[in-house]
Ligand binder design. Structure first.
Ligand SMILES: [Zn+2]
Length: 406
């Protein structure tokens, strides 16, 4: 037990509670904002002796280590503190409709061992999660870690999720999953927090955290079999009242009233520009295409019919994004998913329409870019979802005050 709230006896008044705890000190070290005891004291307004106590507590729990001297100052160099991203691991899974990627990641969201595999989400929760659990065990072994090292579990699923309970809500392509408690499934094997979110949300989180952390407002558009959008508003995921925010795949686009969507409506973006729709239209004109990856292969090989179709899809996507840009005013639109690999063709269409149709103020500094994390965006984001929760200042303070090893 550490006496974290012991008043300092050197008369320096402490700042407000937001920067008072060891958890806040850890955050400053993790973000690289203050990495010596003197910097931490300046930054938090805490007395040097108080900072020293908190750093000692973090070191005792192996969350922080002394990384050596700083070369930047004269005299005896102050010791530089670093976050110990090896203080545990998180288990993560990005479950798509037909394929999945799973990993064991360190506490900096770097995968230590990972596997990608075909898997049908429609097999139902028991079958799929049983398989996920087997994969987690194998990955832990591969990474040289054990169940005791696991600090949390994060999953993305291809449907709306009630984030607070980790339950899928009326997921159209996940038969048997409605209301199923995913966290309860893992409770028997792992005594750690389990977080579940929509797959596009974790991709948005991964991309934002890794490459756009200083950007307040961002849209991440996944163009795969279907089409969805993750919304980062004020640097946080915006899920909406029912976890269905960003479901742009079922917004209607003009000129396609003859196309019936799987949701029952006509002219939905997904039924016009999604990977499944494009593959079907390409196969109708005699090309060998049954899924979004085939569309990518054909367009990459330079087949003019596939290239033209992807550009048209980009324009349909641009029509919906133009409205989204006027409505939400993002600084950045990231295009990801299987078809995101065709970003040159896709973005050409998207840019053409968004810049024509959006208000000039909204597009003045707007950037549309391909995903940099590619098919790893989901597992990186799933790890961040877990890590940001278990290393939140209040959570760290609880662990340290409870004397439980982090
Ligand atoms: Zn629809």
């Amino acid at each position: 037990m550490y006496a974290l709230d012991m008043p300092s006896n050197d008369g320096v008044k402490e700042s407000g509670p937001s920067l008072a705890g060891a958890g806040s000190v850890l955050r400053l070290i993790r973000n690289g904002e203050a990495v010596t005891r003197a910097e931490l004291s300046r930054r938090t307004g805490l007395a040097r002796s108080t900072v020293a106590q908190r750093v000692d507590a973090l070191i005792a729990h192996q969350l922080v280590y002394e990384a050596g001297g700083s070369a930047s100052t004269g005299g005896r160099p102050p010791t530089v503190l670093a976050f110990n991203d090896g203080a545990g691991v998180v288990l993560v899974a990005d479950l798509g409709a037909t394929h999945s990627r799973l990993a064991v990641s360190d506490l900096a969201a770097t995968p230590l061992a990972e596997v990608a595999s075909d898997m049908d989400i429609g097999e139902g929760p028991e079958h799929v999660l049983g398989w996920v659990e087997e994969q987690f065990s194998a990955l832990l072994e591969e990474a040289g870690k054990s169940t005791a090292d696991v600090r949390g579990i994060g999953l993305g699923v291809p449907g709306p999720v009630q984030f607070s309970t980790g339950q899928a809500v009326n997921p159209p392509i996940m038969p048997g999953w409605d209301g199923f408690s995913i966290p309860n499934w893992f409770a028997g094997s792992y005594d750690v927090p389990v977080f579940v979110d929509n797959d596009v949300n974790i991709m948005a989180l991964g991309e934002h955290w890794t490459h756009w952390r200083d950007t307040d407002h961002l849209l991440f558009v996944k163009v795969g079999t279907g089409i969805g959008c993750g919304i980062v508003a004020d640097r946080a995921i915006h899920r909406g009242a029912q976890g269905a925010a960003g479901d742009i795949g079922h917004i209607r686009v003009g000129g396609h009233d003859d196309v019936i969507c799987r949701c029952g409506n006509t002219g939905c973006l997904e039924s016009v520009a999604g990977g499944r729709a494009l593959a079907r239209r390409l196969s109708e004109i005699g090309l060998d295409a049954s899924n979004s990856r085939d569309v990518v292969r054909l367009a990459r090989s330079g087949d003019p019919r596939a290239v033209r179709m992807v550009r048209e899809a980009g324009r349909s996507l641009g029509e919906v994004l133009a409205a989204s840009v006027n409505f939400f005013n993002p600084a950045v639109i990231v295009i990801g998913g299987d078809l995101g690999e065709l970003y040159e063709q896709l973005l050409a269409g998207v840019r053409e329409v968004t810049f024509m149709r959006s208000l000039p103020l909204a597009t003045r500094d707007l950037r549309s870019v391909p995903s940099k994390l590619g098919d790893r965006a989901g597992i990186v984001g799933a790890a961040i979802m877990v890590i940001e929760d278990i290393l939140a200042p209040a959570a760290v303070d609880r662990v340290l005050q409870g004397g439980v090893a982090a």
